[in-house]
Design a protein around this ligand. Structure first.
Ligand SMILES: *Cc1c(COP(=O)(O)O)cnc(C)c1O
Length: 396
């Protein structure tokens, strides 16, 4: 099948909910991907921050293949060993002591919302149901996570939204304190608003969130679906803020590109999900869990947190140079580690399309922002090439 045939079939058989580039990717290796016509691209998106080790990393592939030869799925009525190993590794490497495994970011957030409400219910505070979220946030597309998402465009035409979600300006401590009250169950925030345009919380904000939550007796849920797994240069973005959440949600890079999500909680918060209160048929899938364990081990073994910090600094340096050359077409360069947003003065969609024509995959994070989220082991010459392609796309 060629790209043109794939596009044609896609137009006929898929629901038209995605704005898709007119190519089908058929193969990937490291930071390179190939389309159905045999054309090669530099992948600076890593499947939207999922393929944290690049495409088809041998360690992840070996782990998944070994598990495929053992057992593919069990019910949650029994234990499976890869899910136990993964939960244990996640607890060892974070504040967490209890893990719920699922299949996506939105599911991880649904679990966190339910956990927060049940936490207070179990303590006799049934009125504590409200979740305070941020304007411009993104938490997923199922109805609870969508109600938490602070971007009305995603909610249009699919209401009514579940009740109990409030939105305050991101990074504004006073607004957050004003919104927390006797009905609040939790505060749900990203450390960096990824989909919202790679907007980094101001220094000190998350520490202030921690303090406000402690004073009011509410839970802080950190949505690290996009920022987790080393993306910002530490395994979890909260580590750079000197503040520790009660609950953290993960997905995107957790399985290195295989579908998996997780909600991680403290002992006290996690205890709220008592038997029967939550479940997922595929949650804890042994193949996905085996891959995720390999991703964690590889990040450690290959020193990829340091690589990510160095590469991120290098990329931002190259982008600042680019901005000096192209002037006000680049408004701002934001991000941490290898989650980088380049805000343009105009719509970024034509620039993203032009980058693809020039052989590089990136995408939009809000209308005017080009997002880079390459593999954590991306090499510096790739970043030179990426900057060069972006500059040529801007010139066109
Ligand atoms: C992508 C994303 C989600 C949703 O994840 P899905 O796997 O698409 O459901 C939730 N939160 C954040 C911060 C994300 O970036």
């Amino acid at each position: 099948m060629t790209n043109a045939e794939a596009v044609d079939l896609g137009h006929r058989v898929l629901t038209p909910n995605y704005k898709q580039q007119p190519i089908a990717l058929v193969r990937g290796e490291g930071t390179r991907v190939w389309d159905a016509d045999g054309r090669r691209y530099l992948d600076m998106l890593g499947g939207i921050a999922t393929c944290a080790l690049g495409h088809c990393h041998p360690a992840v592939r070996a782990a998944a293949e070994a598990q495929l030869g053992q057992i593919w799925h069990t019910s949650n009525g029994v234990y499976n060993l890869p899910s136990l190993r993964l939960a244990d590794e996640l607890c060892r490497r974070s504040f967490g002591r209890r893990v719920f495994l699922c299949n996506s970011g939105t599911e991880a957030n649904e679990a966190a919302i339910k956990l927060a409400r049940r936490f207070h219910f179990a303590a006799g505070a049934e009125e504590r149901v409200e979740i305070v979220c941020a304007v411009g946030s993104f938490h997923g597309r199922t109805l609870g996570a969508l109600a938490a998402t602070g971007q009305p465009k995603y909610q249009k035409g699919v209401g009514p939204m579940p009740a109990g979600f409030l939105h305050v300006p991101f990074g504004d401590e006073a607004a957050l304190r004003g919104a927390i009250g006797p009905r609040t169950a939790a505060v749900l925030l990203e450390a960096i608003q990824g989909e919202g345009g790679v907007r980094v919380a101001p220094r000190g904000y998350l520490a202030a969130v921690r303090k406000a939550c402690d004073e009011a007796g509410v839970l802080w849920i950190a949505d690290e679906v996009q920022t987790g797994m080393g993306r910002t240069g530490t395994l979890w973005a909260y580590e750079q803020e000197g503040a520790v959440p009660d609950v953290m949600t993960l997905a995107k890079a957790l399985g290195g590109g295989l579908p998996i999500g997780a909600m991680i909680a403290t002992e006290k918060a996690g205890a709220a999900l008592t038997p029967g209160t939550h479940a997922s048929t595929f949650g804890g899938n042994p193949v996905a869990c085996a891959a995720a364990v390999a991703v964690l081990e590889t990040i450690e073994r290959e020193g990829l947190l340091q690589s990510c910090r160095d590469a991120g600094e290098y990329l931002r340096g190259r982008l600042y140079e680019l901005r000096r050359r192209v002037g006000e077409r680049v408004v701002e360069i934001r991000g941490r580690g290898l989650l980088v947003g380049v805000e343009l003065s105009a719509e970024a969609a034509p620039v993203v399309a032009r980058c693809r024509e020039l052989g590089m995959i990136v995408n939009l994070a809000s209308e005017k922002v080009v997002r880079f989220a390459p593999a954590l082991n991306v090499e510096l010459p790739d970043l030179d090439e990426a900057t060069d392609i972006l500059e040529r796309a801007l010139a066109a």
